[in-house]
Design a protein around this ligand. Structure first.
Ligand code: HEC
Length: 121
């Protein structure tokens, strides 16, 4: 099983190099690749208590408005830059704070890469 996993990684690695610049690579303006695995760690530490493990928002919070459903088309259809800015600067008059002092720009891009994994097919 492990070997299969490694082979798969190698294959995906080759495939993403092979299709460089194509659909597989969605790079922010800086051209750096962002890492949803690191992003998941950041999400678990900083976002999960409001947005929930599945991104749909923690139930039972008494917040108005409730945390956004990060899986929803209304969020997922937004451009990377727009969501980056939201996470960076926060959303006025909501519990969504600005993360620019707690997280570096790279960390915000990583967490956004993880938020993108909530996109529904
Ligand atoms: C204290 C609770 C809380 C935490 C922690 C939190 N959020 Fe939010 N988040 C909210 C609320 C509340 C909203 C606003 C929902 C609305 O406007 O309807 C929101 C909105 C958002 C939106 C949509 C913004 C928009 O423009 O509508 C995104 C994307 C988001 N959060 C991502 C994150 C990420 C990534 C983290 C972790 C770095 C995080 N949030 C941490 C409560 C939180």
């Amino acid at each position: 099983m492990r070997v299969v996993g490694i082979m798969l990684c190698v294959f995906i690695g080759i495939a993403s190099v092979g299709f460089g610049g194509g659909e597989l690579k969605k790079l922010p303006a800086s051209g750096k690749e962002y890492d949803a695995v690191t992003g998941r760690e950041i999400y678990s530490n900083t976002c999960i208590r409001c947005h929930g493990i599945d991104g749909k928002g923690t139930r039972g919070l008494h917040l108005v408005p409730l945390p956004a459903d990060l899986t929803s088309p209304s969020i997922q259809s937004r451009l990377d830059g727009s969501l980056f800015k939201r996470i960076h600067d926060g959303k006025p008059n909501t519990a969504m704070g600005a993360w620019r002092t707690a997280l570096s720009d790279d960390e915000i891009w990583d967490v956004l890469a993880y938020v993108r994994t909530f996109r529904q097919e």
